[in-house]
Ligand binder design. Structure first.
Ligand code: FCB
Length: 507
């Protein structure tokens, strides 16, 4: 008990110091005449927008491609998804990539985060099943088009989606055999595109895949949201296999390609900020535990070779173990970390969870279901157009946290943005401009305090299929008009981003 209250005291002091640091840097950057100008960031800082193949391309079977698991899931569970009828065409980026690159060029971004569809390249997921030449050509064309327009591709190898065939054959990432297929796929990508792609990420948000698919049950027909820790255990196996895939790909890249191609490789993780619901020691400890269960789940193996001690203790035998060789391979296996940040949540001690809520984990003995803290205060402010809490300090805090706990790595903010679900006029999205400005400010404040942030990507370029919510969130800087041949129309935020990127001479 005594230890807990000293811990609480130290944490309170630390958070006060951090709050003051943040406030000073934030104010400094807001008041500074050079902010928010593009030129107050290094010239090689990447300012971009993001996307994923699954959410925009459509036409997965065109030119000989194969189906990905997500298209299949939506088709089989149409009732769960808004706009399920639009899944096969999405916003036709596959057909209209040239036009879309023009829109990116208009924004003035120097980088574009995209992903490659595994099933478009290898329709049945394996080399043996054959390479789809049309798929290879599509990404060659897209990459060349980007580069011809001065935009660097920042490429995700697996963004949620992978071939249905792999799912059917081996059960996807639940099966360790995936490592072999994934490695073949990566090798093909490095060989084919590595002369032009200088930033690779092995996977997007493996925690979300693990929790969402295996705890919420969006997997296959047998899927039911898990109701107890035992069933939820699959999530740990899935993430374990993702980590081994990640480390295998990094090793391959470093051994065979990096020296000549001179690129870097990292992983993209999701971060939900966790702030204690009250100053009670058990809530403070719950927030810390969630940090370990969410960020530490990936970063501890990546930087220190094994899962956080608290996870090993609470999950016990249900948490897979790394072999000695695997530990060695995983430790140090990222040149940078990609962070996707949207908002933060209150964390409260909850030893008897029985329901799924959000993306938190049963085993962490915590819940994130509170909208207000014990004093009745929300985190940041609730934005009426997105219906979400806007809390840029959560981004600042996690950047400082990673710097301090994980050896000050290079970081890209690979996703940050806001929906516009309740906005009566999707073209006037001032709330998005405010959101992006505040988060760029928080990024700048973190850089000023020594965090090595190398880039920032708005999610997302075009209105994008957002799973259950379909297109209803209008997430893009470009509106896509479904009543007018999918016309892309720049919103106020697109114009604002363009001006911001041009400010002080642009990049
Ligand atoms: C992230 C995903 C991205 C998008 C945004 C809104 O979790 O990586 O594909 O859906 O959320």
């Amino acid at each position: 008990m005594k230890m807990l209250s000293s811990l609480k005291f130290i944490l309170t002091i630390l958070s006060i110091i951090r709050g003051v640091e943040y406030h000073i840097s934030f104010k400094r950057s807001q008041n500074s005449s050079s902010f928010p100008k593009r030129a107050s960031f290094p010239s090689d800082f990447l300012f971009g927008v993001g996307s994923s193949s699954l959410q925009i391309e459509g036409d997965s079977l065109e030119g000989g491609g194969g189906k990905g698991v997500w298209e299949d899931i939506v088709e089989r569970h149409k009732e769960r998804f808004v706009d399920a009828d639009k899944v096969s065409t999405m916003i036709e980026h596959y057909k209209r990539y040239k036009e879309d690159v023009k829109h990116l060029k208009y924004l003035g971004v120097n980088s574009y985060r995209m992903s490659i569809s595994w099933s478009r390249i290898l329709p049945d997921g394996t080399l043996k099943g054959g390479i789809n030449k049309e798929g290879i050509k599509f990404y060659n064309n897209l990459i060349n088009e980007l580069l011809a327009n001065g935009i660097e591709p920042f490429v995700t190898i697996v963004h949620f989606d992978y071939p249905v065939a792999i799912q059917q054959k081996i059960g996807g990432f639940l099966n360790h055999t995936i490592v072999k297929y994934y490695k073949d796929y990566c090798k093909l990508l490095f060989k084919t595109y590595g002369d032009r792609v200088k930033h690779w990420t092995t996977t997007n948000e493996p925690q979300v895949v693990a929790i969402y698919k295996y705890m919420h049950g969006y997997d296959n027909d047998a899927a039911e949201p898990c109701q107890d820790t035992k069933i939820c255990s699959q999530a740990y196996t899935v993430l374990h296999n993702f980590l081994i895939c990640h480390a295998t790909a990094t090793h391959l890249y470093r051994q065979q390609f990096q020296e000549t191609q001179r690129g870097d490789i990292g992983i993209v993780i999701s971060y939900q900020g966790f702030v204690p619901y009250s100053s009670k020691p058990e809530d403070v400890a719950a927030a810390q535990r969630l940090m370990d269960f969410w960020l530490g789940w990936i970063l501890e193996p990546l930087f220190y070779g094994d899962y956080p001690q608290i996870m090993r203790k609470l999950v016990g035998n249900r948490l897979p173990k790394f072999t000695k060789k695997e530990k060695h391979m995983i430790k140090g296996s990222a040149d940078f970390i990609g962070i996707n940040y949207y908002t933060s949540q209150f964390a409260r001690y909850e030893p008897n969870r029985t329901n799924i809520n959000g993306l938190d984990n049963f085993d962490a003995l915590a819940t994130t279901s509170e909208e207000f803290n014990i004093e009745g205060k929300p985190l940041g402010h609730k934005d009426q157009y997105s219906g979400r809490y806007v809390y840029p300090k959560g981004l600042y805090d996690v950047l400082i946290f990673i710097k301090e706990k994980y050896q000050n790595p290079n970081i890209y903010i690979t996703e940050n943005g806001t929906p516009s679900s309740n906005n009566p006029n999707p073209l006037i999205d001032d709330h998005r401009i405010a959101y992006i400005t505040e988060h760029i400010n928080a990024t700048k404040a973190a850089i000023d305090n020594g965090v090595k942030v190398r880039g920032y990507f708005v999610w997302t370029a075009f209105d994008t299929f957002e799973f259950e919510a379909g297109y209803s969130g209008h997430w893009g800087l470009y509106h896509v008009d479904f009543n007018n041949s999918l016309k892309r129309i720049p919103k106020a935020s697109a114009k604002w981003y363009r001006n911001f990127l041009k400010s002080n001479g642009g990049h």
